[in-house]
Design a protein around this ligand. Sequence first.
Ligand code: AMP
Length: 397
Amino acid sequence: MATMYNKKSIEDIQVSGKKVLVRCDFNVPLDGEVITDPKRIVEALPTIKYLKEHGAKVILTSHMGRPKGEFNLKYSLAPVAAKLSELLGCEVTLAKDVIGEDAKSKAAALKEGEILLLENVRFHKEEEKNDPAFSKALADMAEIYVNDAFGTAHRAHSSTAGVADYLPAVCGYLIQKEIKIMGDALNNPKRPFVAILGGAKVSDKIGVINNLLDKVDTIIIGGGMAYTFIKATGGKIGISICENDKLDLAKELLAKAEAKGVKFLLPVDNRAATAYSNDAPSLTCDSNNIPDTHEGLDIGAKSVELFKEAIKGAATVVWNGPMGVCEFSNYEYGTKEIAKAVVESGAISIVGGGDSAAAIEKLGFADRITHISTGGGASLEFLEGLVLPGIACLQDK
Ligand code: AMP
């Protein structure tokens, strides 16, 4: 059974005049002090604007990178404060610390509609330990807690879950959108429901495959993880990536699919090369007959046709993981073709973070996808049916 969430949001609580601590995911890519992709900041704006417009005193908190529990200005949120000020058209003040004197006095002095950003919450090692005293110190600065960081919702840290022990806790618009769209797809999907899974390893996605087998009509497996399944069915996979300790499990998943009447599609042909490299000599071959000297690096044209046929008729598509080594230009074909098929299907489409989302964005298709999740790991855990601590801790409606 998928986890059902029906959580209170910022619209279900009186925020006017209140100090509201908002956990965002401002973990943006930086080149020096320049933000190279502000997407995560942009995604957080609707919640921040709502709170500002409704007269809240807004205290933002986020992590950035891995400062390993120490104050290190290399990981300062200063570039984020500047970007937020620019995007919101008002000053966003950066505190010099997280729970120190500067943060506390600036939070206490906030007026309605003003916005304060605390320094990188991972400057304190207590954050990732979900230390109760640290959670309480964060909570003491505010009267309401809002979690809007879907990307870290699968982590039980102080700022993503612990603070909810001390404050009324609700979700922001971003988390609300993520759990509504993915929850509807899992619990009440428009059918046919097709899941497409790829990426390097079966072991990373066993739980997801297992959970989705109870819900979908068709499951498509591509990428490196397909070879473990192909070997399990007696195919010759050459030197393709394979998890030999997962062959029995692959067989069990195939048997479960059969028992449930779920169509389980594996690649039928591949582009394979003599080495894991863009330029090594390569050929096209059947997926169950890859030469001993070659490893599969992408799906072939016949597989693309087979997968497209299934995707074409779908009403709901969930996709996580590339069909091949899409970082290599010679092996991005399968991933790109599947991205095209997903947008052309007209289905409700949900794409997990990471390489599949990047492929969609590279093709300029992002606005034709119903929902690109802002959390790679969190969306996988959601699809796996696991409880996400950063959401479970929020008040039920
Ligand atoms: P994941 O993070 O599990 O979604 O895996 C993404 C990674 O899987 C990408 O870096 C791809 O290069 C890799 N990958 C996809 N197909 C293959 C393959 N056939 N052989 C090796 N690695 C692959």
